[in-house]
Structure formats: C-alpha cells, structure tokens
Design a protein around this ligand. Structure first.
Ligand code: A2P
Length: 269
C-alpha cells in the first residue's frame, strides 16, 4: 500500500500515503521520520510553517534511500503573500531541506492564519502572485509538482482562471465526519488530487464510540480504520504520529471496509 501511487495531472507519481509531520518540532522530527522511512513510508509531508524542514531533510538524507525513490512535500507559508517573498521562501525551503528539488510544493493556505476567510479579504491577487513564483520554480526544475492547501472552491477558481500550470493537488482536512464533499467533487472535476490531512481528526476520532465499534469489527485500531476510510474515498491520507509503534501500526492497512460500512461512516457527524 505504501508503495502504491496516484498519478498527478502532470504525470508525476505520488505515493498513496504520506507521513504527516505537523506539530512535530524540528528538534524531535528526525526520529519519527526515520522510523516512518524504515516502516516503508516513502512520502513525507512537511511545511515551512511547521518549522521542521531541516530535521525532515536530515532524516531523509540519513535514510540512505535514493532521493528518486522518495517524495517530499513542503509548503509556502500562509503568511507569505507576495511574489518576491514566495520566491525567496522556496529557496529557503530548499536550503533547509538541503535537497536538490522538492517533489510537491503547496500554498499552505489561501489566507494568513490570523486573517481567516471570514475576515472578508480572500487574497485572490496575492495568491496569484505566490502561485506565479511557484510556477517559475516548477519550470526551473526546483519543484516537480505544485498545488494548494486549504483552498475552497472560490480560491481554486481564482487560481485556475489565471494559472499557466494547473494545480496538481489540494491538501485539505479530511476525516470521518468532515468529508468536504463539494470541494472534493470540484477537485475531481478539475483533475486535482485531494490529500487529506488529520485523517484521525488530530486524534479526536480515537474517542468516538461508533468508530471504535467499527474498528473492532475489522480487528484493527481506530487510527487504521480512519486512514483506510480516507484511502477508500480515493484521497491521499497524511497520518501523523510521533510514536514508533503507532507509526508502524498506521502502515498496516491490509483490510477493506465494506461499502455498507463506508456509507455508515459517511453518515457520522
Ligand atoms: P501520537 O503522535 O502520540 O501517536 P492526525 O493524523 O489526524 O493529525 O492525528 C494525529 C494524532 O493521532 C496524534 O495525536 C497521534 O498521537 C495520534 N495517533 C496517530 N496514530 C495513532 C494510532 N495508531 N493510535 C493511536 N493514536 C494515534
């Protein structure tokens, strides 16, 4: 499963499951990423905003796995909203990761974190500028694929209307009880792969009684059921764990949730 791939709209292959590193600090990220790579993950999701690119890069380089066999994602911070800053930030990410290229580069969010869309300013012009810097990096071979994260349909339409290179990915929060149906359908229509972060709802689903009963039925852990649910929706899950045993457990996905049970899980709020 970890070695299976989706194919992006530019023909690049992306491993079907990525190891999420949100909320794993730079000084501790080396070990979880090393464990993940040993457990068979070949796709690691980082971000400039996580502050852990350096540690992620160190673990990737120390793994001894050929670079071409790995897929590394990072993101332009949500706060970076100009062409010049984005350009600079891409170079900084490459330096911190200490890699020759980035496999996938995303705009982390359409608005800076302290200015959510409810505040009214949608940053359409700024996102076009940031995206242009990413297209340049793509054309220069610094990144192999580009896309966005946390984008709603309007944000995507803005990019699609003005881009030279169509985004390949939209990374959004996706888990049981939060399936963002309309955004996912829009992405499918435009051949944009959806990646799902927080497949376990940052751990909140671990206490869900209904999900717990379903996991028991399949004799798997709740986290495994949650990750498989995302995959069976055709979405690329990015489970995060800082614990060696749980990192390994999250790779054990050799079971199939029935259509009936998927429909039941779809109905959970
Ligand atoms: P930990 O890092 O201590 O393993 P998400 O991927 O939705 O963001 O969820 C991450 C949360 O779920 C973290 O708190 C992580 O804790 C926990 N978690 C990840 N995998 C498992 C697992 N297999 N069993 C229990 N908890 C898990």
């Amino acid at each position: 499963m970890l070695k299976e791939k989706f194919i992006l709209n530019n023909g690049i292959e992306i491993p079907k499951i990525g190891f999420g590193t949100w909320q794993i600090e730079n000084d501790v990220v080396f070990n979880p990423v090393t464990t993940a790579l040993k457990a068979g993950y070949i796709h690691i999701d980082s971000a400039s905003g996580y502050g852990n690119e350096q540690g992620v890069g160190e673990a990737v380089r120390a793994s001894g796995i050929p670079r071409k066999d790995l897929f590394i994602t990072t993101k332009v911070p949500a706060e970076v909203k100009s062409y010049a800053e984005a350009r600079q930030n891409i170079n900084t990410s490459l330096e911190k990761l200490d890699l020759d290229y980035i496999d996938l580069l995303l705009i982390h969010a359409p608005q800076p974190w302290d200015k959510p869309w409810q505040s009214g300013h949608r940053y359409y012009e700024e996102n076009k500028d940031v995206y242009r810097a990413m297209e340049e990096a793509y054309n220069a071979g610094k990144v192999k694929a580009i896309g966005v994260s946390n984008f709603f349909i309007d944000d995507l339409k803005n990019i699609l209307a003005h881009c030279q290179i169509k985004p390949m990915v939209n990374q959004i929060s996706f888990h049981i009880g939060n399936t963002q149906t309309e955004t996912v359908a829009f992405c499918r229509e435009h051949d944009i792969l959806v990646e799902g972060y927080s497949p376990i709802a940052t751990g909140r689903l671990l206490d869900n009684v209904e999900v717990g009963k379903m996991a028991e039925k399949y004799a798997v852990g709740i986290a495994q059921l949650c990750i498989k649910y995302v995959l069976q929706h055709g979405i690329l899950p990015l489970p995060k764990s800082a614990n060696d045993e749980r990192i390994v457990q999250n790779t054990q996905l050799d079971f199939v949730i029935s259509d009936e049970d998927m429909a039941y899980l779809d109905g959970l709020k």
